[in-house]
Design a protein around this ligand. Structure first.
Ligand SMILES: Nc1ncnc2c1ncn2[C@@H]1O[C@H](COP(=O)(O)OP(=O)(O)OP(=O)(O)O)[C@@H](O)[C@H]1O
Length: 232
């Protein structure tokens, strides 16, 4: 299998400037390799740095040292030092981020919200719309809601709209931040099905799942993180 992500010796210390400059070393020499077609689940106690590592992989956090090599458009790019325009290109084409939280945009319909990332890649509108509809149906979002803005939806409905949006593009890399948190069994199973399909088409997946059953079900491998900030 081909490597898609290669994290090398990543370190990150948070400095709390408004709290006497307290330093919190969270990642120390973290390394991780993820292949195409593989789902790696970050594992470790609360505060061990799972979210920090995942966010670093999306270039939300800038590491202090180390490299985050990403296979992007046929080459390798180090997200730890990539310029902003490259980070945007990576987010548009290569890495998808799926979390439980929807950043609601007022007055934009659910269908539009879901299809936007695919429209941005230049895919014809009818195709985007059909794919958005199929995903919403699969995630049991009632059809009567599709033309409404999701700002008034329930927490669970917003969560499923966000998951549909995250899966609408066949990204080569997917970062999943608790996508099944607080979903019922049926919808959780629907998300697991989407993860299985993404893996089967060759996506490299890194996720955080607090639900042990879902974790066991989707993980090809657990990546254990220790309190010292190292990964094993
Ligand atoms: N933006 C930030 N500024 C300062 N400290 C932070 C920041 N983000 C995370 N931390 C600290 O880094 C440590 C690791 O947090 P992180 O959220 O990565 O852990 P986690 O393993 O994902 O935890 P959980 O399972 O509880 O979500 C925590 O002690 C947290 O307080």
């Amino acid at each position: 299998m081909k490597a898609s992500i290669r994290v090398e010796n990543l370190s990150k210390t948070f400095v709390l400037h408004h709290q006497n400059g307290v330093r919190l070393p969270v990642l120390r020499n973290a390394s991780l390799e993820v292949n195409s077609g593989e789902c790696v689940v970050l594992h470790g106690h609360s505060g061990s740095g799972k979210s920090t590592l995942l966010r670093s992989l999306y270039a939300n956090y800038l590491p202090d040292t180390g490299h985050i090599w990403i296979r992007h458009e046929g080459g390798w790019l180090d997200l730890a030092c990539a310029p902003a325009r490259e980070v945007l290109a990576v987010r548009r084409r290569t890495i998808g981020w799926v979390s439980q939280f929807l950043r609601v945009i007022p007055r934009i319909s659910t269908l539009e919200v879901v299809m936007q990332p695919l429209l941005d890649l230049g895919v014809p509108r009818e195709q985007c719309s059909a794919r958005a509809a199929a995903l919403l149906k699969r995630l049991n979002v009632p059809e009567r809601l599709w033309h409404l803005a999701p700002s008034t939806f329930s927490g669970g409905e917003q969560q499923r709209v966000n998951i549909a949006r995250g899966f609408i593009v066949d990204y080569p890399i997917l970062l999943l931040d608790e996508p099944t948190a607080s979903l019922d069994a049926t919808n959780s199973a629907a998300v697991v099905g989407l993860i299985d399909e993404a893996r089967a088409r060759g996506a490299a997946i890194v996720g955080i799942f607090h639900d042990a059953a879902v974790r066991q079900r989707v993980a090809d491998r657990l990546h254990t993180m220790t309190s010292s900030g190292e990964t094993v």
